[in-house]
Design a protein around this ligand. Structure first.
Ligand SMILES: *Cc1c(COP(=O)(O)O)cnc(C)c1O
Length: 386
């Protein structure tokens, strides 16, 4: 590695570079909303819903204020009673399980498959009880969970599946020879437009997906205080709309999404070719049925925290998603899980490291990341021998 290379930082994500590239394409539509001053439920919100429903292959897409709220409303629609259980993977972002608790349910955590990081269908089946009211499948890091197996299990027990597709907008999986899209197969699917997600807003935003007409009506009214006619309320909901400004921006970004996904896949493949066969660095596994959108490129390594420090010292961004499995979170101590309850999730939290993988990342930057990772383990091995 030369000095000139080392002077160029490699951030984990570079949203300023993304904005610079699309500024001219997105600003006029956003400016039009500002000039019109219709910030709540302007026409761009319904336009975005139509576009996302088309992208996801669902009958309905219903915008809301965040990916967390996108989980909140389908879980509210289950009308959970105390001790009702909802099965969720332990290795995911907090919102997945937080919203189960928040809507009155009891999260039942299950383990993941070590290679895909996605929920283990066998573990899901083993966790089903007469109190199970739903299964939440998370498509972690941009690759779909084994939906055909989860749906078969859920179908046998008559339990709905909610797909948390916050990290997997437009990701696909070939099932029975047909491409199926993240969020399309469950009773409900959820998306997040958090700024760092593959389709990011300038703040919070989310979307609910469903093919169930009755559920769609309920989700629509829950986001506007439980009523579709102003000042008349069929049930109690809350205020969770997507701002018109955000909808206009997201509509402007949407034509770029497929290209961004392809660029992320190329960068992921480039890393994987260089890490392949390394004795310590395990690149992320792509299930051959999946088209991964690489929201994250997550390796598994020994001495993970020391590697992260080594990268940071060289101006290279990385992050640990996620450092503590949800079954071991302080707020879920009442559920009684212990260290060792879910070994694959716990092992992942100790070993995962996500590397920069965005479309604007250059090959020179990627080379710096690879060099720094390989240098770290070469140095370690030398130290151990010496
Ligand atoms: C980001 C994310 C959410 C929540 O989305 P917000 O828009 O941040 O509320 C939920 N689940 C997963 C898996 C996520 O990555």
């Amino acid at each position: 590695m030369t000095q000139a290379d080392a002077s160029v930082p490699v951030p984990l994500l570079d949203l300023r570079a993304q904005h610079a590239a699309i500024r001219d394409a997105v600003m006029p539509a956003v400016q039009a909303v500002i000039d019109r001053q219709q910030f709540i439920m302007g026409p761009e919100v319904a336009e975005l819903e139509t576009a996302i429903a088309r992208l996801s292959g669902t009958r309905h897409a219903i915008a809301c204020a965040s990916g967390t709220d996108a989980l909140l409303f389908p879980l509210m629609a289950l009308d959970l009673r105390p001790d009702d259980e909802v099965i969720t993977p332990a290795f995911t972002f907090f919102a997945t399980a937080g919203m189960v608790h928040y809507t009155g349910g009891r999260p039942v955590f299950v383990d993941i498959e070590p290679d895909s990081f996605n929920v283990s269908p066998e573990a899901v089946e083993a966790a089903i009880t007469p109190r199970t009211r739903a299964i939440v499948a998370v498509h972690l890091f941009g690759q779909m969970a084994a939906m055909e197996r989860l749906l078969a299990i859920a179908g046998r027990h008559g339990i709905p599946v909610i797909e948390d597709a916050a990290q997997a907008i437009g990701a696909r999986r070939r099932i029975d020879g047909e491409w199926r899209i993240a969020g399309q197969l469950g009773w409900a699917g959820t998306l997040s437009f958090f700024p760092t997600k593959n389709l990011g807003a300038w703040g919070d935003g989310g979307m609910m997906l469903t093919n169930d007409d009755a559920l769609a009506v309920r989700l629509r009214r829950l986001r506007t205080h439980g009523g579709l006619t102003k000042y008349y309320h069929d049930e109690v909901g809350t205020n969770s709309r997507l701002d018109t400004v955000q909808a206009a921006l997201l509509l402007g970004k949407l034509p770029f999404l497929a290209g961004w996904g392809a660029a992320r896949r190329e960068r992921a493949a480039w890393y994987t070719a260089r890490f392949a066969g390394h004795p310590e660095v395990i690149p992320p596994a792509v299930d051959p049925a999946n088209e991964h959108i690489f929201h994250q490129y997550t390796i598994r390594v020994p001495q993970r925290d020391a590697l992260a420090r080594h990268l940071a010292e060289r101006g290279i961004g990385s992050a640990v998603y996620y450092p503590l499995s949800l079954h071991l979170q302080a707020c879920f101590a009442y559920l009684g899980y212990k260290t060792g309850s879910l070994p694959q999730a716990e092992s992942a939290t100790a070993r995962v490291l996500s590397l920069p993988v965005y479309p604007e990342l250059t090959e020179a930057q990627q080379q710096r990341v690879v060099d720094a990772v390989l240098e770290f383990y070469a140095g370690r091995n030398r130290d151990e021998r010496g």
